[in-house]
Design a protein around this ligand. Structure first.
Ligand SMILES: *Cc1c(COP(=O)(O)O)cnc(C)c1O
Length: 393
């Protein structure tokens, strides 16, 4: 069984590039060049130096002894929360900005929902001296004011998307339109393993540094590079793709993806795509998405902005379809409880997204001698308001 992308850009029956003809030259330029560029020794040196000296990698692998005692199994945390800007997203934006430079681009565009990807993009644009425009739904801009200001401090221009529901999908449409009109000088940085081929594969490769490090660190700390389980949350799926990447072909390592159930899988307020989604095309790729019978995208809901997405990347649709990964559905309440528990037992306040992965520790029975790695995708500083509103701590 092959879990990686094939030469046509598909993961099993999912993936591909379903794009308007006007976008074809841009995507085709990327497709023809990305592998050659990112495997070039010069690129690899620049990428790994920035990951080390700017992002702060390798991120630690931490044996959480107190949490291990609570769940009577061996829990390790991959500390992506300690990266510069507080999450895994910077791994991808560093990779893509270097790639954009090699392609001779001078301008960067991105779209953002909660603002986390916008901040990670604005950060690397400041670092590299590139012009940066971030499209964001007008409503999202009001909801995520601190991130809007962060982007502006970093020198980015934040443009409100005024059409439709004035949220993420409208911002995506604006970014696409911009790219169609500026094909030669602009690169579009997508923030997860979504979008038309080659984006899902490209982003997964940039994030695969997570599992590459994990292997070395487990070998060093336990004598065995293979854990029994890896758990990661899935919004679009980039931190999970990175945490799973180097273990995809090793079926002794069980993979668990945590999706946001919101108020409950059947509540109508959820983002549990694999539970209630069906096949369709979203953001340029064939995947599973939440949609009505006539193909209208259903508005997702989750307490965590980063998991509040109506689809999943095609790699995860394939991992679900083949049974390679086990999918777990975590409600708002279960996630918040797990986030507070980590804070109290280990002194680490996790991002609410990452708390969804932590909640799986309570839902699946692990053996005392099993090694379970949880990918701690981000830190909770940005979520203080959510913790305060939740109140039970
Ligand atoms: C954006 C984000 C996610 C969700 O994105 P993926 O592409 O699914 O990884 C998860 N955790 C944190 C901390 C995030 O900021």
């Amino acid at each position: 069984m092959n879990y990686n992308v094939d030469e046509h850009g598909y993961y099993g029956k999912f993936g591909g590039a379903y794009i308007p003809e006007m976008l074809y030259p841009n995507v085709e330029e990327l497709r023809q060049n990305y592998l050659q560029i990112i495997n070039d020794p010069d690129f690899l040196t620049q990428f790994s130096q920035l990951l080390r000296n700017y992002v702060g990698r390798p991120s630690p692998l931490y044996f959480a002894s107190n949490l291990s005692e609570v769940y009577n199994t061996k829990v390790y945390l991959k500390r992506e929360d300690l990266n510069h800007t507080g999450a895994h997203k910077i791994n991808n934006t560093i990779g893509q900005i270097l790639l954009a430079k090699k392609l001779g681009k001078q301008k960067i565009i991105a779209e953002t929902g909660a603002g986390q990807h916008g901040v990670a993009t604005a950060t690397v644009c400041a670092l590299m001296g590139m012009d940066c425009i971030v499209y964001m739904g007008k409503i999202d801009m009001e909801r995520q004011r601190p991130n809007v200001e962060r982007m502006k401090i970093l020198g980015a221009k934040v443009v409100p998307a005024l059409s439709g529901s004035q949220t993420l999908k409208d911002a995506t449409n604006e970014a696409m339109r911009h790219w169609i009109n500026n094909p030669t000088d602009t690169h579009y940085i997508i923030g997860s393993v979504v979008g038309p081929h080659p984006y899902p594969d490209m982003v997964a490769r940039f994030q695969s540094v997570i599992s590459a490090e994990m292997k070395n660190q487990l070998k060093e700390q336990t004598g065995n590079e293979n854990p029994d389980y890896i758990i990661a949350c899935v919004g679009g799926g980039s931190n999970a793709a990175g945490a799973f990447y180097h273990y995809l072909e090793n079926e002794n390592v069980k993979l668990i993806a945590a999706e946001a159930a919101g108020m409950g899988v059947q509540s109508g307020e959820t983002a549990a795509t694999t539970a209630i989604g069906t096949e369709g095309v979203l953001h340029g790729s064939k995947t599973l998405l939440m949609q009505t019978d006539d193909g209208q995208v259903v508005e997702p809901y989750s307490i965590s902005a980063g998991l509040d997405y109506p689809g999943i990347g095609p790699i995860h649709a394939h991992l679900f379809d083949t049974g390679r990964a086990l999918f777990q559905y975590v409600t708002d309440a279960e996630a918040m409880e797990a986030g507070v528990l980590l804070s109290k037992t280990e002194g680490i306040i996790p991002a609410v997204e990452s708390a969804h992965a932590l909640a799986v520790l309570k839902k699946v029975q692990f053996q005392p001698d099993e090694t379970v790695v949880v990918n701690l995708s981000g830190r909770g500083d940005k979520d203080l308001e959510t913790y305060i509103k939740w109140g039970k701590y």
